[in-house]
Ligand binder design. Sequence first.
Ligand SMILES: *[C@@H]1O[C@H](CO)[C@@H](O)[C@H](O)[C@H]1NC(C)=O
Ligand SMILES: *[C@@H]1O[C@H](CO)[C@@H](O)[C@H](O)[C@H]1NC(C)=O
Ligand SMILES: *[C@@H]1O[C@H](CO)[C@@H](O)[C@H](O)[C@H]1NC(C)=O
Length: 168
Amino acid sequence: MQSAVLLVTLCFAGICCQQLCDYPPSDWCSTWEIAKSCKVEQQCIEYYSRTKKDIKTSKEPAVQVELYYESLCGGCRSTLVLQLFPTWLMLNEIMNVTLVPYGNAQEKNVSGKWEFTCQHGPNECYVNTIEACVMYHLQDIESYFPVIFCIELSANMTSALEPVSKVN
Ligand SMILES: *[C@@H]1O[C@H](CO)[C@@H](O)[C@H](O)[C@H]1NC(C)=O
Ligand SMILES: *[C@@H]1O[C@H](CO)[C@@H](O)[C@H](O)[C@H]1NC(C)=O
Ligand SMILES: *[C@@H]1O[C@H](CO)[C@@H](O)[C@H](O)[C@H]1NC(C)=O
């Protein structure tokens, strides 16, 4: 009962309204209703009224974002999937994103041969390597970021890597 009263009070204070926006940032400007419930109408109008050409010819240097992450780390995965990727989808014209799947890895020179250890074990070294390989071969972030996103999003990365490993 007390919590219900508290909830009603919070709603009157307008705090509940913030919870109405449970859409990911990539969807905020997708419809007017979502933009309204997320209170970003003004930002969406500005976003759509600036053409891509305007943004590209801007003299301002791109915002540099480098993410050093571990492929199997839960916190890294949610940062990449829920924050960095949606932000990049909306703002890639003014961002230069560099992904480095080598967070917390150690390298050791064992009689002339490099040995790597990763925080979440050999499987993490394996997934890190596959991701680095995908980036090396696809070259453009426009091509490889969606692939990295899909790998990091999947519950079972081993099975997610099967289609990736079939692409030469
Ligand atoms: C983007 O970042 C990479 C390194 O992270 C750098 O080598 C490159 O020059 C940057 N490009 C632009 C256009 O800022
Ligand atoms: C790695 O170790 C070998 C000998 O164990 C040595 O000859 C080589 O210079 C080392 N490489 C680096 C980059 O330290
Ligand atoms: C992940 O997928 C692989 C290959 O499809 C399968 O062998 C493995 O059992 C799965 N792991 C889990 C935890 O579901």
